[in-house]
Design a protein around this ligand. Structure first.
Ligand SMILES: [Zn+2]
Length: 134
């Protein structure tokens, strides 16, 4: 009873586990498994550092800062997800092709017409040829 009370007092106001905790935990677990084969002391130190950081975050009382870290990381991970969705949408678009302008690197959405065509980049005005196979 006394122990439970003391544990509750210790844990109150602590940040606890969030999404970032599980990401850090998963990464350190994967690295730990990889290190069985690699056997690197540096990688082992990285794994310990990640685990210590995850534990530090769980018991931290600075909840606002921990919450900001979580939001920041998932904003960055959201970028990967958005990129994947964009790729998926382009793959499913049967009426258009997506080509990168060779001079300004802008992505152009062009009608899918088989053959070799000349096109003008609307962004930089450079003319270049596009080959559409199927
Ligand atoms: Zn261009």
């Amino acid at each position: 009873m006394d122990f439970r009370y003391r544990l509750m007092r210790f844990l109150s106001g602590r940040y606890g586990a969030d999404r970032l905790f599980f990401v850090i935990f998963a990464v350190s677990a994967v690295l730990s498994v990889a290190n069985i084969f690699i056997r690197s002391i540096i990688l082992q130190c990285v794994v310990y550092a990640l685990m210590l950081y995850a534990i530090f975050r769980v018991f931290s009382r600075n909840t606002a800062q921990r919450s900001r870290e979580d939001a920041w990381v998932f904003e960055k991970l959201g970028f990967i997800k958005r990129k994947k969705e964009l790729h998926e949408r382009r793959k499913n678009d049967k009426c258009h092709i997506y080509k990168k302008c060779p001079s300004c690197k802008a992505i152009l959405r062009l009608p899918r017409r088989i053959g070799v065509h000349k096109t003008v980049c609307p962004k930089c005005g450079k003319e270049f040829t596009v080959r559409v196979r199927k």
